[in-house]
Every structure is written in C-alpha cells, then in structure tokens.
Design a protein around this ligand. Structure first.
Ligand SMILES: [Zn+2]
Length: 285
C-alpha cells in the first residue's frame, strides 16, 4: 500500500436558524423550520467546546431517572430508539419530567444542528453505571419479541424515511445518541471505533510529492466521534467531570479527576473531615 499524506478533516455540517418541538402521532420531534436556508459550519473549529457541549447535553439524559425508570418498566433491554415505537414515546407522555432534558437537547441542537437518522440502523445506548446492580437480574429475552410485535419496526422505518426528507429527528433518538456519547466518553464504555458517514474524500497530488488525502464530513455524529478520537489518541487528553464541583472539563490526561487544584484540595479536605467524624463516632460508641 503506497503512503498517503493526511492533511485534514474538514466538517461541513448543515445547521438551520430555528428548530421547534412538535408532537405527531404520539411522538415528540425536533423539526428544522427552514431546511432550505440551512448553512454549513465546521464543528472542528472548536472541538473542545463541541465535546463539552455533547457531554453536558448527554449528562442531562443520563441524570433523568424517570427516563430510565420508564425504560426499565417497559423491559427496554437494550435501550434503543425503536423500543419507543413498541411502548410509546417517553418524551411525549411525560413532558414535565423530561423538561430539563428537552431544554438541554434544544440548546444543543440550536448550536450544532441535528445528527442524521441513519437508515437501517437503530440508535443504541447502555444504561448509566448506577443502574448496573438492578439490571444484573434482567436479561434480554429474544423469544419475548414475537413475530406479531415486529410490526412496530415497519412503522419505525416508515417514520424514519419521512423524517429524512424533512430533516427532523425524534427527541428519543437524539436523547439516546447523546447518552451513548456521554457514557462512552465519561463512563469508559469506549469502543474505540466508529463509522465515518456522509463524507467526501479527495486526493490531491503533484509531481514527486506524497499525495494528500482531504476529507469533508457532512455528518454531525461523525464529526463528534472524530473530534473525540483526535482529543484522546492524538493529544492524549480526555473529557472528564470534576469529582468535587461536577463541572465538565478537558483534562490533560486520562486519570485527572478534578477541574482545578482548588477542587482537588477542597475534595481532599472534605474527605479528611468525613474520616475524622467517622472515627469520632466509632470511638464514642
Ligand atoms: Zn471542580
């Protein structure tokens, strides 16, 4: 295989000026108001800000207990967007409980646009680590999904096709996509590979020079995955959440736990006070 000289990836993701939430046949959708007026922007222009916004929005989904309680109550193992076509949309049914998630998702979409809803693939995510003890006892039973029940998948695929022409996306799909990114980046369920979708490649060459490969990426999700891959493997950095103040930050290495020396100090003295208190309680008994 001859050598290629990689020069760069350039993002060209479409973004509209306005997006609205709209309910249709029991599902809540995010709809661009002026699809024809969409402009393209480059998400790589500020990759660290992009990744922090991804985990902030995904973190709101991960924090929404009623979302996971709903999914567990309906035996949604694994968690996938198609499952809501079988059991009903959480976001349309419980808009009040979902409010913080909806606000976070809309703020994200207004800034970065909508990822594409992929044909013939579903959006999957794990449950956050805090649910692991409860999920241990439950196992996915493929026999339970009878042939009769798979009719919902046809409706799911039909809705997907109709959404693609309008550029819209169900809220539940976006929530699962962002949750998956959040868990992969922060809870270490990192797979280390992803598909590059909707991109165009161009080889640029001149006499007696190594050919250059340039790629333009039109898909938001691919841009986010690329940005994370550059951050982690190229720069050795990581997206982290501060153990003390809860703020998301870009860490210089994988093991960092605090956003600042101040938070490290505050956390350590808090733990020392806790240990002293516990020892006094034990000695008092
Ligand atoms: Zn902090």
């Amino acid at each position: 295989m001859p050598a290629l000289n990689f020069i760069r990836f350039q993002g060209a993701v479409p973004r509209c000026q306005y997006y609205t939430l709209s309910e249709y046949q029991g599902f809540l959708y995010i709809i661009p108001e002026d699809l024809k007026g969409a402009r393209r922007y480059d998400p790589f222009a500020d990759m660290e800000a992009l990744l922090l916004d991804v985990v902030r929005a995904g973190g709101q989904v991960a924090a929404c207990d009623s979302f996971f309680e709903y999914a567990i109550a309906h035996d949604m193992f694994p968690l996938r967007d198609a499952g809501f076509w079988l059991h009903g949309d959480f976001f349309a049914k419980h808009p009040d409980e979902a409010r913080p998630v909806l606000d976070a998702l809309m703020a994200f979409v207004e800034r970065y646009g909508l990822p594409a809803w992929e044909v013939q693939s579903m959006a999957y995510a794990d449950y956050p680590a805090r649910y692991a003890p409860r999920l241990m006892s439950r196992r996915h039973d493929p026999d339970r999904e009878g042939t009769e029940e798979t009719r919902y998948l046809i409706e799911y695929e039909l809705m997907k096709r109709s959404c693609q022409s309008k550029g819209s996306l169900p809220v539940c799909t976006l929530a699962i996509l962002l949750l998956d990114l959040y868990l992969r980046f922060l809870e270490g369920t990192e797979r280390g590979d992803f598909f590059l979708r909707n991109s165009e490649w161009m080889i640029h060459y001149e006499h007696e020079k190594t050919p250059r490969l340039n790629a333009q990426v039109f898909d938001l999700l691919s841009c986010i995955n690329l940005a994370h891959a550059f951050l982690v493997s190229g720069e050795g950095k990581a997206v982290r959440q501060c153990k003390h103040c809860g703020k998301f930050f870009i860490a210089e290495d994988l093991r960092a736990e605090y956003c600042s020396p101040r938070c490290r100090g505050a956390y350590n003295s808090k733990m020392t006070r806790k240990r002293v208190k516990e020892r006094k309680l034990r000695e008092g008994q």
